[in-house]
Design a protein around this ligand. Structure first.
Ligand code: FPP
Length: 244
């Protein structure tokens, strides 16, 4: 693994990934789609190791969307088992490197064995310091916004919160990502230019980076390209550049 020649302050602190193209990667090789997902899980492991090592402390991977239930039963079941195996496999490395596991999404709808695994690994890694690996599982950006709205509404109904108290910062604190910084960079593979109901509120000012490569082919070189590109962008957050 190489060092990266970008100064730490120019690196993104939080990268979110839409890992697309596993199915097409497998199809091109005449393999079952699940083999694409398996290869994809190995890439999650490799890319996380590299990025954490470079000092990027927050990584978020979109592993299963609220819409992915529409896929054939076999693929959904295979993905659930793969996620269970992967989270189990990641556990020791997360503990060793003091990385916390976080899962965002509607966990209650997942198979019980996977819910148990998630709770166990979250508990085992909770003393992790400032690095967080987040897996979005049964996640949808609209789901996240709605669950926040419902919980805020309950607090208003119960007089624990006044309508005047609702602002961007309060709203963010009700999202599943309440304890994460907003992503600086969003990477999507496989040549699609969409957000696909991933983090919606949270990416208001995120830089977007797309590559035609399928997720199983995404590697250190690609991550470096995305980070170099990011380091050169001028982020103004709606204002003007310094000294402009
Ligand atoms: C999109 O490719 C990929 C997914 C819906 C699943 C991603 C899940 C993993 C890589 C499993 C492991 C993840 C972790 C975090 C351990 P696609 O199936 O839509 O590909 P296609 O567009 O080519 O059909």
């Amino acid at each position: 693994m190489e060092e990266i020649e970008i100064p730490k302050e120019k690196l993104p602190k939080h990268i979110a990934f839409i890992m697309d193209g596993n199915g097409r990667w497998a199809k091109e090789r005449n393999l079952p789609r699940l083999m694409g997902h398996r290869e994809g899980a190995l890439v999650v492991e490799k890319i996380s190791e590299i990025a954490f090592n470079w000092g990027i402390n927050y990584l978020t991977f979109f592993a299963f969307s609220t819409e992915n239930w529409k896929r054939p039963r076999e693929e959904v079941e295979g993905l659930m088992k793969l996620l269970d195996e992967s989270i189990d496999k990641f556990k020791d490395k997360l503990i060793e490197n003091k990385i916390k596991l976080k899962v965002i999404g509607n966990i209650e709808e997942l198979p019980n064995y996977l819910q148990r695994r998630i709770k166990y690994v979250i508990e085992e890694t909770k003393t992790g310091e400032d690095k967080v690996l987040t897996i979005a599982l049964n996640y949808g950006g609209r789901w996240d916004i709605l669950q926040a709205v419902k919980r805020i509404a309950l607090q208003v109904r119960d007089n624990k919160l006044q309508i005047e108290d609702i602002n961007e910062s309060l709203f963010s604190s009700f999202l599943s990502t309440f304890d994460l910084p907003e992503p600086d960079l969003l990477i999507r593979t496989s040549g699609e230019y969409r957000i696909s109901n991933f983090l919606l509120w949270q990416i208001a000012y995120t830089e977007l980076w797309f590559t035609p490569k399928y997720w199983p082919d995404f590697n250190e070189e690609d991550l470096k390209k995305a980070c170099l590109d990011f380091a050169q962008r001028k982020r103004r957050f709606g204002g003007l550049e310094n000294n402009a």
